[in-house]
Design a protein around this ligand. Structure first.
Ligand SMILES: Nc1ncnc2c1ncn2[C@@H]1O[C@H](COP(=O)(O)OP(=O)(O)OP(=O)(O)O)[C@@H](O)[C@H]1O
Length: 308
């Protein structure tokens, strides 16, 4: 099946600054593609070109939405959350729905469906200025999905949300992808998107760092780290100091943070632990996407401490 969005060799410069440097990627139906990178990486510049707010200096953006009126098939949550403060939630939903071709009744029905999901049903008649930042953001999210878009573009959808609301937002985004929506989201909070995205495009200073599915990225770059608590600290310390499975470690009293060498799998580490060691706790995980980014984009060294 044709991708819903194709970005081909897109370049955008602001005077001398190349904000987006010949970037190419695709977003397919039913997948969540994360555009990740630190502040200033070029994420919003890319999104604005996709939304036709700015034009690329070079390259092409193609939308495959089977319509001349592409905006009726796209939902967009912009980075700046600009709902009119004096307007009521209800009127915002009706107005933004009407821009996407919905009748008043349809917009209200869909809007109420989404407000219910975010526990905001009682706020339908509130003015935006009466809502918290996170509540207003959920209303804006509702407004960008109520016309059932085929392509959803979310610029920093988790910023300003508390952890419970972030989880709720993640679940709704996953649900939309499962129903077939192509979703592209940008974020600088790499830990948050790890659990949501199928594929990742890592961007740094306008340049591609990595573009692959999350598992492949983690298989390729993701060393394992272990967190371990033991009553046999001396035994473990001696073992760690002479073991070539270990890249580095740090410890505090009986707690150890251990970074395994490239390609060392958890089984190998566990099988090699000193015989009879008394373990109180053991956790083994891959390093985070943030650490992979630090390593690949910045040539940073991995250190056991920063991975915990
Ligand atoms: N209108 C503009 N004029 C000049 N420079 C700009 C403009 N918009 C963005 N830039 C620059 O382009 C680069 C990329 O900015 P952009 O906003 O696309 O990054 P971002 O990845 O979305 O960052 P953030 O996570 O901070 O929102 C930055 O160096 C920024 O200063």
């Amino acid at each position: 099946m044709e991708p819903i969005l194709k970005v081909k060799d897109v370049l955008k410069a602001y005077d001398d600054l190349i904000a987006v440097n010949k970037i190419s990627f695709e977003v397919n139906q039913g997948e969540i593609m994360g555009i990740l990178g630190p502040n200033g990486a070029g994420k919003t510049s890319l999104i604005r070109m996709i939304m036709n707010i700015n034009a690329p200096d070079k390259g092409k953006i193609e939308l495959n939405l089977d319509t001349d009126n592409w905006q009726s098939r796209v939902g967009y949550l912009p980075e700046e959350r600009g709902l009119y403060k004096e307007a009521k939630v209800k009127d915002i939903l009706i107005f933004l729905g009407s821009l996407k071709g919905l009748s008043k009744k349809e917009a209200l029905k869909e809007g109420e469906y989404w407000l219910d999901k975010f526990d905001l049903t009682d706020n339908l008649n509130d003015e935006i200025k009466e809502l918290s930042k996170g509540m207003a953001q959920k209303v804006q999210f509702a407004a960008c999905v109520l016309h059932k878009p085929k392509l959803l573009i979310l610029d920093e959808p988790f910023s300003g949300l508390d952890p419970v609301s972030q989880d709720l937002m993640k679940e709704e985004i996953k649900g939309l992808a499962e129903s077939g929506v192509a979703i592209m989201l940008s974020s600088h909070q790499m830990n948050l998107v790890e659990e949501v995205c199928d594929r990742i495009f890592l961007l740094d200073k306008g340049n591609k760092v990595l573009y692959d599915d999350l598992d492949s990225i983690k298989n390729q770059y993701g060393n394992y780290r272990a967190r371990l608590q033991t009553n046999d600290s001396n035994l473990l310390e001696d073992w760690l100091n002479e073991n070539d499975l270990i890249l580095n470690y740090n410890s505090y009293r009986n707690n150890f943070n251990i970074l395994l060498e490239d390609n060392i799998e958890p089984n190998k580490f566990i099988a090699d632990l000193p015989a009879g060691i008394n373990l109180v706790e053991l956790e083994i995980k891959r390093i985070s996407l943030h650490n992979i980014f630090t390593r690949v984009a910045r040539g940073g060294l991995l250190d056991a401490k920063e991975n915990i």
